[in-house]
Ligand binder design. Sequence first.
Ligand code: HAM
Length: 418
Amino acid sequence: MAQSVKGMRDLLGVELRWFQHIEETARRVFGCHGYEEIRTPILEELEVFKRSVGESSDIVNKEMYEFTDKGGRQVVMRPENTAGVVRAVIQHKLLNANDPVLLYYIGQQFRYERMQAGRYRQFWQIGAESFGVATPESEAESLLMLHSFLTELGLKRLVFAINSVGTPESRPAFHAAIRAFFAQRSEQFCADCHRRIESNPLRILDCKNEQCQRALAGHPVITEYLDEASARHHARLKELLTELAIPFEETPRLVRGLDYYTRTAFEVLSTDLGAQSALLGGGRYDGLVKHLGGPDVPAFGWAIGLDRLAMVLQQIKTEADAPSRVTSTLLIPLGDRAATAALQLARTIWDAGLALQLETRGGALKKAMASANRMGIQTVLILGDGELDSGTITVKHMASGEQESWPLGAVAARLAAQ
Ligand code: HAM
């Protein structure tokens, strides 16, 4: 029997209903903030990611699903969506009018990663990107939107871990400091860090190796090497987050695994599951639009892993909170005459915007009732010759086992009132 490819899974049942609930909440909250949806293709040219996420990043180095298509093009199944959105806003000249452009997306991403709980090779992200505004206020607005979205979903124990990674101009001073620090204790660091200190020194700060984390004690702090404007920017963001009562922690080791960040970089951690785990990440990426061939436009955004978010919600919520099936009513016709009448009755109910599942297999009531039980149906409507003759329908409430009779003409109104 064929199985789904390793790291790629089918979404269905309760888990998918959580996904849908999260997606609906996102659309509503982001829509209120003036963000519009964008959907970009899953395949992008290899260059889009090499030039943005960065050649030294783990994503580009080891995790991309890349191949040559039948036309000889080198393409990649997107490992993230920011680069594709930037490519799209440039291609469609959305940034030329100098107005802010606010976009969000919901879609699959692909990374060839080692499997862990909540980590997949095809996973889903919901992300929001804002273009054209360089202010800390725009970051506070985006983080506030994120905070409303997560609290509306029911997450309570959130921490916004924030840092500033400076600008390409101010970073060499920090690189020099961190290299000097590394040189004094280089034997305590892993082979990966030895590679990183050459290609991307910032990345030694978030090495997952425990020995490296210990060796980092007393490391130079990047926010002490910021240029004046970046330092002011960072201080103002912290002031705004304090004003808005968004719980944050200054986190000097937070540098993120993608190369495009400038100034603010952040992650949101949730302790709702006990151990702290990153639910999402993002930051400012002022140079990326220009770097990919567009105008010199600042940008800020983030993306949350939907698989992980759904996992957290499933664990912190009770079964009763789980989004239920839309239909909790089943109409069972008995006999040929009732089968026709049931289709007509069902049509009036559907046309009234109400939910109803119709039993169309024919056959015995017992079999249909057994299915209703397994599907978690709450109300069963039974239509047989007797009911048709008296212009009524038999209604069985599954939880209590009680039975009653409704006039046929009142079914839609009674269902709507339930
Ligand atoms: P990222 O940190 O690579 O950032 O991914 C964001 C989130 O996607 C992670 O925090 C995690 O929840 C989820 N995620 C990543 N990899 C996996 C995986 N293999 N399985 C399940 N979930 C995963 C970005 O992708 C940036 N584009 C964020 C951004 C937007 N920055 C600016 N704008």
